[in-house]
Design a protein around this ligand. Structure first.
Ligand code: NOJ
Length: 508
């Protein structure tokens, strides 16, 4: 950590950490700390000790195209994002991931900065177009070697890697060959890519994740006449399909790929490895915590689109019946055996959670009404990112209560907030809005654990500012500031704050 990021003291006297240390309040046992909650009468500075269980997984995350750069180096070929970025007007400022954070070259110092944060877990993604540049066929060992170097560096710093196999960088060659996700063929090619990767990196990675956010790389990348995005979806490849049915068929192909990917990873991974997917299931928060609205929340979580067509089939083996009824003739065509593949058992669930929708009970076939956000609702830099920290609690709870999957261990694989950060005159990045977002979100996560729901980890998105897809380099999600002209990294206030959270294993 740089000097100005050490805990501040100065004229206002000792920091809370120093104060608690002096008072002997740090390092107390969970039982003792519970007893301290509400002790403000005897010690007005004592914070409520919302401790996390011992062994809770704290981490930070990134993805390949968003940080690596080196787009044409060592055999890598284009992905659909390389192509999309080159269409004027598709990405803010016509930015590309050609250089991004230059992590391909700067990974040693980036890993050192992750280690300095104190986390022991790092979520990265592996680029399909680096490993199999043509999408299918020959493996590019030079591409594999980059990940070997990176993973070795992580291991040397005592950091466990969590590797996502697909974070939106579909090889352009497959887009050209059979229109990418529009074809069922991609499921087999994805599985082969998973096998090739796990065969080569499985000695270094034990925690595998197949696809990241079908909801994004299909549902925000394709549309249909009368569908969202007015014919021009914001994510690559940005295609308007002929019909809503073709859209759901494309989504079905992604579900198949994820299931076949899980099977491929399991077949090649070393003993003790885990495999699951990452999804940003839409989370609903009850308008009031009454039995009626909580029941409506459970119904919405299961039956509203797209959950009913993504996580429900993956986790239960069937598309939600009410969801299908509402889709009518646009429902995907399902071949014999598809649902078994799609619901291949997974080890836990990678839950990406940012925003939420409020619901209340209603008289419709779902039994729930989603409420619109009024003008002026607290929103982060990304217009879709509404501040609704209860989302983690309700999301985690709904896997049990709405889907009946209380066996699923859940890890928040992404949570974070965007802000237009800047370095101030003192050389600091005072991102208090992000600290507030994360603090409230962690309180909500803590509530889930306290009530016995199986939440086992939390990865902040993101370790550093990066290529934020259609928003280029304008929206910043990092806890580390990146100057994209010089590639200098500056830990933000939230980096220090999160480091303390990890060190003390509790909400601060
Ligand atoms: C989820 C995606 O996985 C990640 O790539 C993106 O940067 C964040 N959401 C923020 O939009």
């Amino acid at each position: 950590m740089s000097e100005h990021h050490s805990t501040q003291s100065g004229p206002v006297g000792p920091s809370r950490r120093e104060f608690l240390l002096a008072a002997g309040l740090l390092g107390v046992t969970a039982a003792a700390s519970t007893a301290l909650v509400g002790c403000s009468d005897s010690n007005e500075f004592a914070a409520p000790l919302q401790e996390f269980p011992q062994g809770f997984t704290w981490g930070v995350g990134t993805s390949a195209y968003q940080i690596e750069g080196a787009y044409n180096v060592a055999g890598r070929k284009p992905s659909v994002w390389d192509t999309f970025c080159r269409i004027p007007g598709k990405v803010l400022g016509d930015a590309t991931g050609d250089v991004a954070c230059d992590h391909y070259n700067l990974y040693p110092s980036d890993v050192a900065l992750i280690a300095a944060l104190g986390v022991k877990h790092y979520r990265l993604s592996i680029a399909w177009p680096r490993i199999i540049p043509g999408g299918r066929g020959k493996v590019n060992e030079q591409g594999v070697d980059f990940y070997k170097r990176l993973l070795d560096e992580l291991e040397a710093h005592g950091i466990t890697a969590h590797a996502t196999l697909f974070h939106w960088d579909t090889p352009q060659a497959l887009q050209d060959k059979y229109r990418g996700w529009e074809s069922r063929e991609i499921a087999g090619d994805f599985a082969d890519y998973c096998t090739a990767t796990v065969d080569r990196l499985g000695d270094r990675v034990k925690h595998w994740y197949t696809t990241n956010e079908i909801r994004s790389f299909v549902h925000t990348a394709y549309t249909y006449p009368g569908g969202p995005f007015d014919g021009a979806p914001p994510f690559a490849p940005g295609i308007e399909l002929a019909s809503e049915q073709a859209f759901w068929q494309t989504s079905h192909n992604a579900l198949l790929a994820q299931g076949m990917g899980v099977q491929a990873v399991r077949a090649s991974a070393s003993r003790g490895s885990t495999v699951t997917l990452v999804e940003d299931s839409v989370t609903y928060v009850p308008l009031t915590e009454t039995a009626e609205d909580i029941e409506a929340t459970a119904k919405a979580f299961r039956s509203m689109s797209p959950n009913g067509g993504i996580i429900v089939p993956i986790l239960t083996g069937e598309y939600d019946p009410i969801f299908l009824e509402n889709l009518g003739a646009s429902a995907p065509k399902i071949r014999a055996g598809d649902m078994e593949i799609i619901s291949t058992p997974i080890d836990g669930f990678g839950f990406n959670t940012y925003s939420a929708s409020y619901v209340r009970a209603a008289e419709n076939n779902i039994g729930a009404e989603e409420l619109p956000f009024p003008e002026g609702y607290p929103t982060y830099q990304s217009s879709w990112l509404k501040f609704a920290p209860d989302t983690v609690y309700w999301g985690v709870r709904m896997f049990t209560e709405s889907l009946g999957r209380d066996d699923l261990k859940i890890v928040v694989t992404e949570s974070g907030a965007s802000q237009p950060d800047a370095i101030d005159a003192d050389g600091e990045v005072m991102d208090t809005g992000r600290v507030m977002y994360l603090r409230e979100t962690l309180k909500s996560a803590h509530r889930a654990i306290e009530e016995g729901y199986p939440l086992e980890g939390f990865f902040v998105w993101s370790f550093m500012d990066n290529f934020e897809w259609a928003n280029g380099y304008v929206e910043r999600f990092g806890i580390t500031y990146v100057d994209f002209d010089t590639q200098k990294r500056t830990p933000k206030e939230s980096y220090d704050w999160f480091g303390e959270v990890v060190a003390q294993n509790r909400v601060l």
